[in-house]
Design a protein around this ligand. Structure first.
Ligand code: NAP
Ligand code: ZN
Ligand code: ZN
Length: 346
């Protein structure tokens, strides 16, 4: 076991503070990673505040991890000391069920093991990326291509894959009109990726405050959802809408913006349920779907795609001591566009 410094919430809703945690000894198939950067996902905040239900404390959040391999177990074949690697939202799964076998470990029938706020197969709680080092089975580690800097690559491990996966699955590409709802961490990645896939991209944000940024990120159009005219003008426009909104919103209104056979894929994970009049999907044979992160193979595919297209996240690099302030800014939709902790400051 190794003792490492970390930032943890000691209890629900408590501010994060510096502490130490134990990492397991490097097993036969494990890699030890020196964490260099850890992104702050809105999911970290939902969980620290127990917004999704009872959670495990102390909690070390962080599932957007980029670092360097510093030790490998004797059975490891895919990584060597010095490799640039990433870890996302899961660190294990059953490896036997039909979903694991087809590379969609995030939908493991026995439940994937989350990078934090979970219990590992060894019965111990898992601790995430706001820490100096992590030990992970090599099967749940991905390679960060040389063309991507580690700081801007970290957010790809959650924000990148969570948006790449539905965009890819629902065929965002040339000739397709894609709307992205919410220009935060996930939303800004969705804009960059959908643009790189060749789609015509529209941002639907609460206001026009971030319009210049949205257009620079690759959006072709930008509208405010607070303006009722947006819904009149854009009715029946989109093939695909990806909603990244972290709070409950009017899904009926969003569905009205789809073409016949269009799909609204929700990746946001609000703490409260929504009400929906089902006539919004009946008329126009529309699909309302959800999507959760992506499998390990697809995460590697996404990283390779981003490297090929020169896509990293737009980040604000912070020290660990600034994490509580950063949480408040994320909650106020004041993030441009992902906070990333420089773990050397822990
Ligand atoms: P974020 O950076 O806070 O972005 C969310 C954006 O939603 C905000 O920037 C804001 O965009 C918009 N928004 C916030 N409150 C709103 C409200 N009341 N009404 C309308 N729009 C609002 O968060 P994130 O890290 O991108 O995460 C977004 C959500 O996805 C979170 O709930 C997170 O837990 C979830 N998530 C899900 C998965 C998955 O696998 N499905 C993975 C990661 C995260 P504008 O300012 O542009 O309006
Ligand atoms: Zn996340
Ligand atoms: Zn499984």
């Amino acid at each position: 076991m190794t003792t490492v410094a970390a930032y943890a919430a000691p209890a629900a809703k408590a501010p994060l503070e510096r502490t130490t945690i134990e990492r397991r000894a490097v097993g036969e198939y494990d890699v030890l990673i020196d964490i260099k950067f850890a992104g702050i996902c809105h999911s970290d905040i939902h969980q620290v505040r127990e917004g999704w239900g009872e959670a495990i404390f102390p909690m070390v959040p962080g599932h957007e991890i980029a670092g360097i391999v510093s030790e490998v177990g004797s059975g490891v074949t895919r990584f060597q000391v010095g490799d640039r690697v990433g870890v996302g939202c899961m660190v294990d799964s059953c490896r036997e069920c039909e979903n694991c076998l087809r590379g969609e470990e995030q939908y493991c029938l026995k439940g994937m093991v989350g990078t934090y706020n979970a219990v590992g197969r060894d019965g111990e709680p898992t601790y995430g990326g706001y820490s100096e080092k992590i030990v992970v089975d090599e099967n749940y580690v991905v390679r960060i291509p040389d063309g991507l800097s580690l700081d801007v690559a970290a957010p790809l491990l959650c924000a990148g894959i969570t948006t790449y996966s539905p965009l890819h699955r629902w065929n965002a590409g040339p000739g397709k009109k894609v709307a992205v709802v919410g220009l935060g961490g996930l939303g800004h990645m969705a804009v960059k990726i959908a643009h790189a896939m060749g789609a015509e991209v529209t941002v639907l944000s609460q206001s026009l405050r971030k319009k210049d940024d949205g257009l620079k990120l690759g959006a072709d159009h930008y509208h405010a959802t607070s303006d009722p005219k947006t819904f009149e003008e854009l009715a029946g426009t989109f093939d695909l809408i990806v909603s990244t909104v972290s709070a409950p919103m009017d899904f009926g209104a969003l569905l009205s913006l789809l073409k016949v056979d269009g799909a609204l894929v929700n990746v946001g994970a609000p703490e409260e349920p929504i009400a929906l009049n089902l006539f919004s999907v009946i008329g126009g044979r529309k699909t309302l779907a959800g999507s959760m992160i992506g499998g390990i193979r697809e995460t590697q595919e996404m990283l390779d795609f981003c490297a090929e297209h020169g896509i990293g996240a737009e980040i604000e690099l912070i020290s660990a001591a600034e994490v509580n302030e950063a949480y408040e800014r994320v909650l106020a939709s004041d993030v441009r566009y992902r906070f990333v902790i420089d773990t050397a400051t822990i």
